[in-house]
Design a protein around this ligand. Structure first.
Ligand code: SF4
Length: 481
């Protein structure tokens, strides 16, 4: 065994685009990497782990390779998503050539675990999990000659897996998928990187706050109330509800605020109002701990479905009490037929058309002094030039009526991500044949078979939405470029 296996580098693979302050991508420190680092530190103090974090949202592939040269890690863990997989592979190959053990994790790894192990000899482990802390710590233990924590036996939940090589074959180990209750240590993120996230955040969003903010990510829950019938583009690996203790949420906030000055937290929970009971528990824990976020100058941003905002009448009041100041909406379309085709499942007898539900939720949030982000997905099943026009008009109406509350508008083409219902519509249950689908070709085929629009029409709609949003808009048309 090499003696540098306690030197661990944790990477989020960059996308192929130029590194830039696009949307939220480069505005928040990488919670996933800080959490993995903390899990390893907590599990393996005996090996005195040295951990470096390199986040692809602010570092290019070349910069990350240079960091590998300088740090000389014995283990490199790389988080890959479908749009970042190509760069992730380049980093993996480089790390392997330098003698490091390579571990892949995150959504793309979870979906393509077997194919990656088959096709990429330079990858030693693949973690298939919604949360990789326990499996990754296990790998670090194994590589350092520790017996490691034995995979805990079934808790009835979805199982996480670690794939690894055994001679010429591939073996796997199962773990129960469970949430690690720990306070992530952002001290692993280089100080100069922390400054860059804050700079990027304030460049984009300073105008929506009374003073500059120090951004932070937080996560105490995952899953979505729509998880049983997800939106057709949703490629999230596991949408089942997995809720952390309410007290723990506030413990993480207090720690990040005191140690790193973070005062604007984005909770990455897929849909914050999925469980009303959980939100009430959060507020109860907040009161019991005597915390008043507004008085302490702490703000939150959450993701929410628009129909949940309307269906849960007290939602906006709860948000205010917690000092949620921004809500992130997947508005998707301004066309009722397309919203139905996307599987937004907004038919909750609210007595409104789906596009009206979207509009009213935005109105409620804006009228109570919060800001919002809204994203559109263009090219759903049955999309036509007319429905694209309705989406552009929806964006225009929102921008005109709530100009001061609109923080960000995103527009992207529907990309049938593996694991999403749209992928299944295209390919049925046919087994995945490659670890790297050509997403540009997949999008082209999708448009051809399931819509009446071309990529050119979608680009045109994106440009129009971009013009309406002005500097508060981004069009993600180079998502897979
Ligand atoms: S896209 Fe959002 S709302 Fe739709 S299923 Fe996924 S997490 Fe839920």
């Amino acid at each position: 065994m090499r003696d540098n296996r306690n030197r661990i580098m944790l990477v989020n693979a960059p996308s192929r685009r130029e590194v830039e302050a696009a949307g939220n991508a480069s505005c928040f420190p990488p919670l996933n990497l800080a959490s993995l680092a903390t899990a390893v530190k907590n599990a393996h103090s005996a090996i005195k782990p040295e951990i470096m974090i390199a986040d692809g949202s602010i570092h290019s592939t070349d910069e990350i390779k240079k960091k590998i040269d300088g740090f000389g890690p014995g283990i490199v863990g790389i988080g890959i998503l479908t749009p970042t997989y190509r760069e992730g592979r380049a980093i993996a190959q480089y790390a392997h050539e330098k003698g490091a053990k390579v571990v892949f994790g995150n959504d793309h790894a979870s979906i393509f675990a077997e194919q990656i192990m088959e096709n990429c000899s330079y990858v030693d482990y693949v973690v298939k999990a919604e949360e990789g802390g326990a499996p990754f710590s296990y790998i670090v233990g194994m590589e350092n000659g520790l017996p490691g924590m034995p995979p805990a036996q079934g808790n009835g939940g979805k199982r996480a897996k670690v794939f690894f090589r055994q001679g010429k074959s591939v073996a796997s180990l199962e773990f129960p998928e469970k949430r690690l209750v720990m306070v992530p240590d952002f001290g692993f993120v280089p100080k100069e990187d922390m400054s860059r996230y804050a700079e990027n955040y304030n460049k984009r969003y300073r105008r929506f706050h009374k003073r500059e903010r120090t951004p932070g990510l937080i996560n105490n829950a995952t899953g979505c109330s729509n998880g049983k019938h997800p939106c057709i583009y949703c490629g999230i690996y596991d949408l089942g509800l997995n809720l952390g203790p309410a007290e723990h949420f506030w413990k993480m906030v207090a720690n990040a605020n005191e140690k790193y000055g973070m005062d604007f937290f984005m909770e990455t929970y897929d849909n914050f109002l999925s469980s009303p009971r959980y939100v009430k528990a959060l507020l109860g824990a907040m009161d019991r701990a005597g915390i008043n976020p507004a008085e302490s100058g702490i703000e939150f941003e959450v993701y929410s479905r628009t129909d949940d905002i309307l269906a849960q009448k007290e939602s906006v009041e709860l948000f205010k009490k917690m000092n949620v100041t921004r809500v992130n909406f997947g508005v998707d379309s301004g066309d009722d037929r397309i919203l139905a085709a996307l599987g937004k499942n907004m038919d909750r007898h609210l007595g409104m058309r789906p596009s009206e539900i979207n509009y009213r939720a935005i109105e409620m949030v804006a009228n109570t002094g919060m800001t919002f982000q809204m994203s559109f997905v263009l090219g759903a099943r049955g999309e036509t030039q007319e429905s694209l026009g309705n989406t552009v008009e929806f964006a225009r109406a929102v921008a005109k009526n709530f100009p001061n509350a609109m923080a960000l508008v995103e527009a992207s083409e529907l990309a049938p991500l593996p694991n999403s219902p749209s992928w299944k519509i295209m390919h049925g249950n046919a087994p995945l044949e490659t670890d790297e689908p050509d997403m540009q070709a997949v999008v082209g085929e999708w448009l051809e078979r399931f819509t009446e629009v071309s990529m050119g029409m979608i680009d045109d709609a994106k440009a129009q939405i971009g013009k309406i949003a002005g500097e508060r808009g981004i069009a993600r048309n180079s998502f897979f470029g």
